[in-house]
Every structure is written in structure tokens, then in C-alpha cells.
Design a protein around this ligand. Structure first.
Ligand code: HEM
Length: 411
């Protein structure tokens, strides 16, 4: 007989105010005790099987569209725009858009940008390498994804700064103060929309070799993406593809400051990057969780989740599940992953940009390892507050280059 989730006796989990180590310990203790835990806003699943189970269950819908409502925003246009994003669409509507755009985000499409990615990283390293030290977050991770997204979409170099500013402002939606930040978020969103609409008009008459032109041309059984859908996809790509990549790269390099052998290997053998990226995303993922709500009364594992119940899925805790990974807390870049790490999510909303993100990380690491040898921390890593959705170092002070006679030589 099934029980309603509200009536179950469950571990209580409230990580608010805990530091990272305490929060992780609490999540892991909850995972060991039960597959489900109660949190202030709803429930959470922490085991690999259930995180995948909930994310693949189409009756659970993305909770992203609920952020503005939960923050008390009743601006209809703003809320509709969030609901019409690929990130919060569901069912046939979502499947149709994914089918139309999937070829534009294939590994082959991402591979074409690899030389450009190396060029961008090299250019950014040129800016600080002679100093022998840097803050990798400000000097490299922050600026890195914008040129890639612009190149992908087909926006020229002189507009990189515009995209960077729009991304920063649109991202305020995750800062926990949407009500006050709304005018900035809206202004950025409207400017981006006007820019993208103009680009679409131009590409419709003279197609180029870029994502926007491919998406305009994408057709399946006579069906095409509308201009509104194209605008929404460009905004989704900018939103989902910048801060994620920045933080993941910073998390990965932060981890590697503890593993000089891996850093040295990456410099010699770029093919080591693929395993390093997967293991670092498993071990220290920048997206630590996502959330769903029950779109109807749902029975899952003999438990009834009444319509509207919020269920968080802890990707980070599932990535360290001992049921799936041997010795899960050990960072081992040679590990054979029995199952795919979950930092890109799972199910219908699985990261559309995963191939591009993997390529960005795989191209950045060997260039950095080659140009910043003998990498070491040059102070303390400052981590973002635990409450932020997309998480990583706020500051990553590094020194590099062989030290000789008190002089730092860069390479
Ligand atoms: C390391 C970098 C990245 C990480 C960790 C990451 C992670 C994720 C996760 C966890 C989801 C699923 C969210 C959910 O289920 O609620 C997602 C979705 C998405 N990601 Fe990424 N992402 C990254 C990079 C990118 C890039 C570079 C792009 C675009 C170029 C991108 C575009 C998207 C889009 C459009 C979705 C929504 C897909 C859908 O709802 O069907 N992401 N990403």
C-alpha cells in the first residue's frame, strides 16, 4: 500500500547556514539513512538511482519556472518568458524543440569550435602569464565562455562585451533577490531579444556558418522553429552555457592544484583531458542539484507525491554514491565510470550543451597545463556561498612557473 510522502518518517535535512563540509556530511548521512529526505521547501533525493529515477519520470516537471513565482514576482510577461524556455517546457512541446535543435548541438558541431576554444584560452593566458600569478576566475574562467557562445551564435567580436553584460544581468535570477533585481534582468533580457531578432532577420536572408543559421534551417517533417522559439533558445544558451562552464572550469583547476601529477600529464598528453573532465565533474560538479515538482499526484516507489510537491535532486551527492562508484570520494582520473556522472543532469532536460561544455573544458585544460607549469595555490580559494545554484570558486589565486633565484619564470 502506498503512503503519502507527507506522512512518512524521514530524515530531516536543512543545510542552510552549514559550511560545505558540514552540508556534504549531512547530505551523505541522509543518503545512507533513506532514499528520501525532508527539506524546508519539500523533499530531496540523494541516491544515484533515485536522482535518475525522478529526472527521467516525465510526470515530474522542471521547477525552474517556479523561481519567479516563489520569489513573489507577478509580472506576467516575465513569468511567461521563463515558462516558455526549453529549460521549463515539458511533454510534446519540449520533445519537438529538442528534436529540432539536437543536430545543432551534436559532438561534431562542438568539435568544429575546438581550434577557436584553444585560441581564446591562449589569448587570455597571454594577458597574465608574464606575471607568474593570476586569479584564474577573473582572468580566465569569467571571460572564457562568452566568445565561444558568440562564435557559436555568429555574433561578432565587437559585441562580446554586450553579451557578457547581458549574461551577468540575466543571471541575477539565481541570486536569491529576484524582486529587487527584476528591472535589470528584464532590461538585459529585452536588449538581448532585440539583438537576436535583428540577427535572425539578417540570417534569414543571408545564412552564415553558425548555430543561428543552422537552427533557422532546422526542419523536421515540414516543421520549423518560430522566431520566438529561436530567441528563447539563444537566451537559454547564454543563460545555461556561461556560468556553468566558468564555474566547472574553476572547480576542476582548483581540484587539480592538489594533483600536480595530473597537471603535468595534461601538459604532455591532451588526450588525458577527457577522463580528467569527467572525474572532476563527478567529484566537484558546478551544478550540484536541480529541482522538480509533481505535475499531478504521482506514485513513485510506493510513495505518493501529491501534485505540486517539490523534489530536489542532489546531483553532487548522487555522484558520490558508493552503490555506483568504488571509493567514491577518491579523485581518480583513470577511473572507469560504471555510469555517467550526473553534473549534466539526466532525462529529457539533460544538458543540451554537454558536448560543447565538454569540448570547452577538454581544450582549456591542456593549454593551461602547458602554459602554467608547476601550478600552485597563491593564497586561499574563496568559494561562492553554498546557497548559489551554480557554484564554484569566487577567487582562485594561482602561481605558476619554475621559481629560480626568487624570480618567477612563466614557462
Ligand atoms: C560544465 C558546463 C555545464 C554544466 C555543468 C551544465 C549542466 C546542465 C544541467 C544539470 C542541466 C539540466 C537542468 C535540469 O535538469 O533542470 C542543463 C540543461 C541545459 N544546458 Fe547545460 N550545462 C553546462 C554547459 C552548457 C552549455 C555550454 C550550454 C549551451 C551551449 C548549455 C545549455 C543547456 C540547455 C539549453 C539546457 C536545457 C536543456 C533542456 O531543458 O532540454 N549547457 N545543463
Amino acid at each position: 500500500m502506498s503512503t503519502t510522502v507527507h506522512d512518512l518518517e524521514l530524515p530531516e535535512l536543512d543545510t542552510f547556514g552549514l559550511d560545505r563540509a558540514q552540508a556534504r556530511a549531512a547530505m551523505e548521512a541522509a543518503r545512507a539513512e533513506h532514499w528520501l529526505a525532508r527539506m524546508p521547501m519539500g523533499y530531496t533525493v540523494t541516491r544515484y538511482a533515485d536522482v535518475v529515477g525522478i529526472l527521467r519520470d516525465r510526470r515530474f516537471h522542471s521547477a525552474l519556472s517556479l523561481i519567479p513565482q516563489m520569489a513573489g514576482i507577478d509580472d506576467e510577461t516575465f513569468n511567461r518568458r521563463r515558462q516558455q524556455s526549453i529549460l521549463s517546457m515539458e511533454g510534446d512541446e519540449h520533445a519537438r524543440v529538442r528534436r529540432l535543435v539536437a543536430p545543432s548541438f551534436s559532438p561534431k558541431a562542438a568539435d568544429r569550435l575546438r581550434p577557436f576554444m584553444r585560441q581564446v584560452v591562449d589569448g587570455l593566458v597571454d594577458g597574465f602569464v608574464a606575471n607568474g600569478r593570476c586569479d584564474l576566475v577573473a582572468d580566465l574562467c569569467e571571460p572564457y565562455p562568452i566568445p565561444i557562445i558568440c562564435e557559436l551564435l555568429g555574433a561578432p567580436k565587437e559585441d562580446w562585451k554586450l553579451f557578457s553584460a547581458w549574461a551577468t544581468d540575466i543571471f541575477r535570477i539565481f541570486n536569491g533577490d529576484v524582486a529587487n533585481e527584476l528591472p535589470l534582468i528584464q532590461a538585459a533580457s529585452e536588449e538581448l531579444e532585440a539583438y537576436v531578432r535583428a540577427m535572425i532577420d539578417e540570417r534569414r536572408t543571408s545564412p552564415a556558418d553558425d548555430l543561428l543559421s543552422t537552427m533557422i534551417a532546422a526542419e523536421e517533417a515540414g516543421d520549423r522553429l518560430s522566431t520566438d522559439e529561436l530567441v528563447m533558445l539563444c537566451e537559454a544558451v547564454l543563460m545555461a552555457g556561461t556560468d556553468t562552464t566558468r564555474n566547472q572550469l574553476a572547480c576542476t583547476v582548483a581540484l587539480l592544484t592538489d594533483h600536480p601529477d595530473v597537471w603535468a600529464r595534461l601538459a604532455e598528453d591532451p588526450s588525458a583531458a577527457a577522463g580528467t573532465v569527467e572525474e572532476s565533474m563527478r567529484h566537484l560538479g558546478a551544478v550540484r542539484g536541480t529541482a522538480r515538482f509533481a505535475s499531478e499526484d504521482i506514485e513513485y516507489r510506493d510513495v505518493v507525491f501529491p501534485a505540486g510537491t517539490l523534489v530536489a535532486t542532489s546531483l553532487a551527492t548522487a555522484n558520490l554514491d558508493p552503490e555506483v562508484y568504488v571509493d567514491p570520494t577518491t579523485f581518480d582520473v583513470t577511473r572507469v565510470h560504471p555510469k555517467q556522472q550526473l553534473t549534466f543532469g539526466s532525462g529529457i532536460h539533460f544538458c543540451l550543451g554537454a558536448a560543447l561544455a565538454r569540448a570547452e573544458l577538454q581544450e582549456a585544460l591542456p593549454v593551461l597545463a602547458r602554459r602554467l607549469p608547476d601550478l600552485r595555490l597563491d593564497g586561499t580559494i574563496e568559494w561562492k556561498p553554498d546557497t548559489v545554484g551554480i557554484w564554484g570558486p569566487a577567487r582562485l589565486p594561482l602561481a605558476f612557473g619554475a621559481t629560480s633565484g626568487g624570480q618567477l619564470s612563466a614557462s
